[in-house]
Ligand binder design. Structure first.
Ligand code: ADP
Ligand code: SF4
Length: 683
């Protein structure tokens, strides 16, 4: 290990328990819940194996009045919930880490859609009803004194169950709009009893939750407070530097650990496109000055130098990681073993959080094994030995091809990757140059660095391959990873494909990636709805072109709501002067103006445009694959045992899908015909 990093491996005492090091996997959603107990245990345990000193759950509800359905959350509602959590605790303990449980009451920020109990709140004020993500038609009740006592009792009962399950650290949650946090803010807390009014009163519920939890389990478990400080830090206080200083001072040494964070998912779990590593520091930097208890915080830390700096400068005691621990569960061990160059750094794309929004187990763009540890028996660092001497040819060195090649090589196969382009990286070579997306380059860098260390890999660029050449190359397994292409296709108002808009001045993202600079004024018409349409509009506007953006969706880059980017996309487009038209279907373009119609009313609208970039429909590049399949006999004669198609060449999707597809191809080489895909069940 680089001695400079030794401080990261010092133990830290958290109440009655002690972590082996400063790497702390803070609570984060896994989308797994009790429905998938083995999946969850394996996912969390892999991080413990990779060296994280503490491994936490995601939100664990204390009572049916905290029900976030259909979003996935876990429960400790009664004793029958203990067993599934014990499975995770045991798995985490086997690797020497501490297990932490994020007990949680959602207050007015949950809709109790399943339990149908009226949500709890300090004063009946709904949490963010105007925000699309919180939209619902349920409004909260005003808690009376009995309700407050109940909430504290539920926390205590859940804490005892947590201890029985084997957890070492138990949380009180006062962040992200959930119940404890709602009591802190006077706009949500308008009570005139002992729990409202002065800051001291507004802190009372959190104080009592901590005190009751400590009394119940404090002898054996550390008791942590997770709190959001962004809004409070921005507020004045009569006697303190800010309202956040006041709240922290009032509770100072009461919890055994402070877990400090931002207030909303888009700022707490900010995408790298809009937020740098360690972006939380300006909000949470004061906490350590006001408490003797250890402080943990996050910041998408992947650089050990940044981590050490956080410790040395007295910002944090423990390096919190959620996304970095998903992208590389072995991050701590790689630093410990002096292999920090091998860290698979999180790219900050937030596909992981989109999995939670989708209600499914976590997916990760960088780490295809996330969520597959149990189901597919994929370990991020361990690979079964090659089952033959077959040589593997991968045609196309984009994310899918690089991942397939890397995993096959790690298994010991002789691998060749050939790409027609001047550099390896596929679509990322262009996309990582777009505004804010430079961290995405880590996908290429990580894989190329690893591939170049290996003696069993040949990398070829400027090597466009056709069927004849592949037949001559004497490789027994071929994977076609030739990507996809954007089309000029449009859809009718009835959402039926309406053919291509094949007129001069209409471009696709492939044209822009190829260096075309369209004439302005330019319309970017986006019904892909992920990042590319929005970021291309920004990219082109920053070059001085007059750009407008239209979409049939209700927001610009509407799907980026799933990745916490959406609010900032609108801001970015606004800042570079891009006018946004929503609910608009592109119908026609004549070189001077684009004709659109409202998706609901059909009302026509024109936008002045000399060119149009359509970011819509993508189709796989399958010519090469299909031509080889059609030459089955010749393939056999040439000794080719199989031809696979992976990544966008199989099905055009997001980067996460391409990497997963490449990974799966390599894992399956010489494996049984029937793939292992275990089905998890509640215990
Ligand atoms: P994916 O996301 O599935 O990896 P990409 O579009 O990022 O797809 O990458 C596909 C890669 O395939 C590109 O780098 C492209 O240059 C390369 N490619 C496409 N056709 C050929 C071919 N016939 N021979 C070699 N490389 C090819
Ligand atoms: Fe990081 Fe993206 Fe993986 Fe999430 S999905 S951990 S943001 S690389």
């Amino acid at each position: 290990m680089n001695p400079h990093y030794a401080t990261l491996f010092e133990p830290v005492k958290i109440g009655p328990v002690t972590t082996a090091n400063r790497f702390y996997q803070v609570p984060h959603a896994s989308g797994m819940t009790e429905a998938n107990p083995h999946t969850r245990a394996a996912f969390r345990a892999t991080k413990a194996e990779g060296g994280w000193g503490v491994v936490s759950t995601g939100a664990v509800s204390t009572h049916p009045s905290s029900d976030d359905s259909p979003l996935p959350f876990a429960r400790l509602w009664d004793d029958r919930d203990i067993r599934a959590h014990a499975l995770s605790c045991d798995a985490i303990h086997r690797h020497g880490a501490l297990a932490a449980v994020e007990l949680w009451h959602g207050g007015a920020a949950v809709m109790n859609r399943f339990s149908r109990l009226a949500p709890y709140s300090p004063s009946g004020i709904p949490w963010l009803p105007t925000h699309v993500g919180f939209m619902g038609n349920q409004r909260p009740r005003i808690m009376d004194a009995d309700d407050i006592r109940d909430v504290i009792n539920w926390q205590v009962e859940a804490a005892k169950r947590a201890r029985s399950a084997g957890f070492d650290i138990v949380y009180i949650y006062a962040g992200m709009g959930y119940l404890g946090y709602e009591f802190l803010l006077e706009e949500y807390n308008q009570r005139n009893d002992a729990y409202g009014g002065s800051v001291e009163n507004r802190v009372r519920l959190v104080r009592e939750l901590i005190e009751a939890t400590k009394e119940a389990v404090g002898e054996s478990c550390g008791v942590a407070l997770r709190i959001s400080l962004e809004e409070l830090r921005a507020r004045a206080s009569e006697h303190y530097a800010s309202a956040a200083h006041e709240v922290v001072s009032l509770l100072a040494d009461l919890p055994d650990l402070w877990d400090v964070k931002m207030d909303s998912s888009p700022t707490d779990c900010g995408a790298s496109r809009f937020r740098e590593e360690a972006a939380h520091e300006t909000v949470i930097d004061f906490v350590k000055q006001l408490t003797d208890r250890p402080v943990v915080g996050v910041g998408r830390f992947t650089s050990p130098d940044t981590m050490v700096s956080q410790i040395k400068r007295g910002i944090l005691d423990l390096i919190g990681g959620a996304r970095p621990s998903i992208a590389d569960p072995f991050l701590p061990n790689k630093i410990l073993e002096g292999r920090e160059d091998e860290i698979r750094e999180c790219i900050g794309c937030n596909i992981c959080i989109s999995s939670w929004h989708d209600g499914v187990p976590v997916r990760c763009t960088q780490n295809a094994t996330a969520g597959e540890e149990w189901r597919s028996n994929w370990h991020p660092e361990v690979f079964s030995k090659a089952g033959s001497d077959d040589r593997i040819l991968i045609v196309g060195g984009g994310p899918a091809g690089l991942e397939a090649g890397l995993i096959a090589a790690r298994r010991g196969y002789q691998v060749t990757i050939a790409d027609k382009a001047r550099d390896l990286g596929g679509r990322l070579l262009f996309e990582a140059r777009l505004p804010g997306l430079d961290a995405w380059r880590r996908m290429i860098d990580y894989r190329l660095y690893a591939l170049r260390q290996m003696g069993n890999v040949d990398l070829y660029t400027e090597s466009k391959l056709d069927g004849d050449q592949i037949l001559e190359l004497e490789h027994q397994r071929v994977a076609i990873a030739t990507g996809a292409h954007w089309t000029r296709a449009l859809y009718s108002p009835l959402e039926i494909p309406a053919g291509e808009l094949d007129v001069a001045g209409v471009f696709t993202p492939d044209d822009i990636a190829g260096g075309v600079v369209p004439q302005g004024p330019l319309l970017v018409y986006d019904f892909d709805n992920y990042y590319l349409g929005g970021v291309l509009a920004e990219f082109l506007a920053l070059q001085g072109i007059t750009v407008s953006y239209a979409t049939p969706a209700g927001h610009a880059s509407a799907w980026t709501f799933m990745t916490n980017e959406q609010p900032f996309v609108h801001l970015a487009l606004h800042r570079c002067g891009v006018e946004i038209t929503t609910l608009a279907l592109l119908q026609d373009f004549n070189g001077e103006e684009a004709k659109l119609s409202n998706v609901f009313t059909g009302h026509p609208q024109t936008i002045a445009a000399r060119s149009v970039v359509i970011v819509g429909h993508r189709l796989p590049n399958q010519n090469l694959y299909q031509s080889l399949i059609a030459r089955n006999d010749e393939c056999e004669a040439a000794g080719i045992k199989s031809v696979g198609c992976i990544g966008d060449a199989l099905a055009a999707g997001a980067l996460v899908h391409a990497v997963h597809s490449g990974h799966r191809f390599a894992r399956r080489l010489d494996g049984p015909e029937k793939e292992r895909r275990l089905r998890d069940r509640p215990l």
